[in-house]
Design a protein around this ligand. Structure first.
Ligand code: SAM
Length: 268
């Protein structure tokens, strides 16, 4: 990695180590971090429970991957991995940040599931040999690493030939969030401070990341403007101006400006 990429990874690490995804949704600050009540309080805001298409994808993939070994890259508090584990998939859960890894480990203990491994790992230089896993799952991560192409190619490298690569929630452009982001200069999806890196790409640019992968599905998702927890005047305009009006747009037009693209492929 060159120095400029290292600097990005350090910034990404420092941000996410103190802003583990989920913390932004806590409204009861008396909850003990890592307690059963803590994970239950956050759960409704997390991807598989908030976005039905993510849970459907986990269910579909789990049927194909029962007893097989899946790597999750950027597991955060481990909600996605947990759902795979509950469905009989063997999981290695990884994240760049030690705080996420600790929380994911605790989360699995509380839920009574056992992962193959839970450890820190950088998506840009995965500590696994080539052709290790039957599947790689990553949700909302690779576009936020500082080098999206390298991250997808690392995921491909550690996959066995014929293995499944399932990458959800690349940020799309053009999309409603892309224009809002440019106009407002902030990502109102986050509570206080934006992550240091979030790359928006066109559908064509996203497909080009999957060199050596046969894409079997590319789905546009998150086409409606969703509730946010951010405060301030920009969030106010979003909540009471943009969101109710935007959500009246007919489905086909809204889909053209969907915020996210999720890609499933097979390593060739
Ligand atoms: C938006 S959060 C998503 C967390 C989780 N996938 C979820 O949906 O709940 C992004 C996660 O990616 C992790 N991350 C960012 N850069 C990474 C990298 N280079 N390697 C591994 N994980 C990384 C962050 O630490 C953070 O936990």
């Amino acid at each position: 990695m060159d120095d400029s990429l290292k600097a990005k990874v350090n910034a990404v690490h420092d941000y996410w180590n103190t802003h583990t995804l989920g913390l932004q949704y806590i409204t009861d600050h008396n909850l003990e971090v890592g307690s059963p009540a803590f994970f239950a309080h956050i759960r409704p805001w997390m991807n598989p429970y908030k976005f039905p298409w993510i849970m459907e994808r986990i269910e579909r993939e789990s049927q194909l991957l029962k007893g097989k070994h899946l790597l999750e890259i950027g597991c955060g508090m481990g909600y996605d991995s947990l759902e795979f584990l509950k469905r009989g998939v063997r999981v290695t859960a990884t994240d760049l940040t030690p705080n996420a890894v600790k929380l994911a480990q605790r989360h699995f203990e509380i839920e009574g599931v056992k992962a193959e491994d839970v450890r820190t790992a950088n998506a840009l230089e995965l500590p696994f040999v080539d052709n290790t896993f039957d599947a790689v799952w990553s949700n909302g991560v690779l576009h936020a690493t500082g080098d999206t192409f390298r991250a997808v190619q690392e995921a491909r490298r550690v996959l066995k030939p014929g293995g499944r690569i399932i990458i959800s929630h690349f940020y799309r452009k053009p999309s409603w969030m892309y224009y809002m982001n440019r106009l407002g200069r902030e990502n109102i999806e986050y509570k206080e401070e934006d992550p240091p890196v979030n790359q928006f790409l066109t559908d064509k640019e996203i497909s080009a990341l999957f060199e050596g992968v046969q894409i079997v599905e590319a789905a546009r998702e998150h086409h409606r403007a969703l509730p946010v927890r951010r405060d301030g005047w920009k969030a106010f305009l979003y909540k009471y101006g943009f969101r109710p009006v935007y959500n009246l747009i007919p489905e086909p037009l809204a889909k053209a400006f969907a915020y996210k693209l999720s890609v499933t492929g097979i390593k060739v």
